[in-house]
Every structure is written in structure tokens, then in C-alpha cells.
Design a protein around this ligand. Sequence first.
Ligand code: C5P
Length: 218
Amino acid sequence: TGRCVVAVDGPSGSGKSTVSRRLAVGIDARYLDTGAMYRAVTWAVLRSGVDPADAEAVAKVAGEIDLRIGTDPQGYGVTVDGVTVDADIRGPEVTGSVSAVAAVPAVRTLLVSRQRDMIDNAGRMVVEGRDIGSVVAPDAELKVYLTASEAARAQRRSAQDAADVTVTAADLARRDRLDSTRKTDPLQQSADAVVLDTTELGIDEVVARLRELLVERG
Ligand code: C5P
């Protein structure tokens, strides 16, 4: 039925978003940013004054909101109850609380099921996150795990956010630790994922390598 999923996982600052979007444009695929979905739930949690550490209240918010996300790699939009949140979900408040919200099992169950529905309806899709190859789409045609040195990741993220590199490095280290050690669906490298270290590789080289791999796999 032409279904083809490319799963792109890795820590933040590994180049996931840029690589995934560019790959999707190049192979004429849809694109799903699952991190934006966890960020949007976090935005709603903060808006409602709920403590991100209160798992039960967080799960309740997640179940009640109308969360929508587009799949156009050149301009997907995220809305919560009709409010456009694309800019706000990248801010420091959401970034500071997203790992706590993403650790709540009921939130993950809900979002993973939404993600699978979107994948099933997409045909070709590049899906990026932390648990795509391991949980969301274990049957993906291609699984990629992107890494980069901590220094390179902090450098990229701080340039992207126009933020101080030391503060960004500390924030990345904290989020990586939370994301890798949580009980439910932690960030992990699937045994069958192709691992690419982007510390020295340019974005174009990474995208070209992935396209080669897709061709090889038919
Ligand atoms: O990729 P991004 O940095 O936008 O993801 C934000 C946060 O969302 C991550 O730090 C992680 O806590 C959570 N996340 C997740 N599972 C995914 C994608 C993101 O837990 N598939």
C-alpha cells in the first residue's frame, strides 16, 4: 500500500529535525515531529496551572485537549484547542517541563496511539522522536539513530535558540538524563537502527546517506 516509515531517533541537538524535514522533502514524504506533540501537551499543562510533576493531573489535561499537528515538512502547524502554539512550545518554560510531562505513562499511551494513526494514514512518512524505532513504529523500513558530541549539540541548540551555550549544555544534559532513564519508553538505540554521528558530518551528507540506505532497501 506504499506505506514506508523512516524512524529518526536521538537526543536533542543531534540534527534530527533538520535531517528529518530535509529527507521528507527530498523523498516526497509526510513528516511527523512527535517532540512537538509532547511540547504541546506541556504547554496545555502549564496553561491550566497544573504542576508538571502531578502525573494524574497531567494525564487529565492530556486527555481533554484538542491537539492538532500538520505533517507538511515545510510548514506543519501545532494547535491546542484552536490556539497556534508553534512559537510558545519552543520557549524555555515548555522546554524546562517537557521531560516530566513526557514521562507520564498515560500521556505516552495517548500520544503513541495518535502517532500510529497518523502513520497508518500517511503512506510515506519520516517520523522523529525518542521512541519511534523502539515503540511507535518497530516495523519501520529504516531506523536511524542520530548522535553528536555533547559540545556539538549544545552549540547547535544555543545557536538555534539564540541562548547561552553553557545554559543550553546544562539543559540538554538534564533532559537527556531524564529522557534516557524514565521507566516508560526511554530514549534508546534500537539494535536494528543505523547509527550516524553528526559531529563531523554535514546535514547534506547525512541526508544523502539516508537516501542511499532507502534505495538499497528498495
Ligand atoms: O525533540 P524535542 O526536543 O522537541 O522533544 C522534546 C521532549 O519531548 C524530549 O526531551 C522528550 O522528553 C519528549 N519526547 C519523547 N518522546 C518522543 C519525542 C519527544 O519523550 N518521541
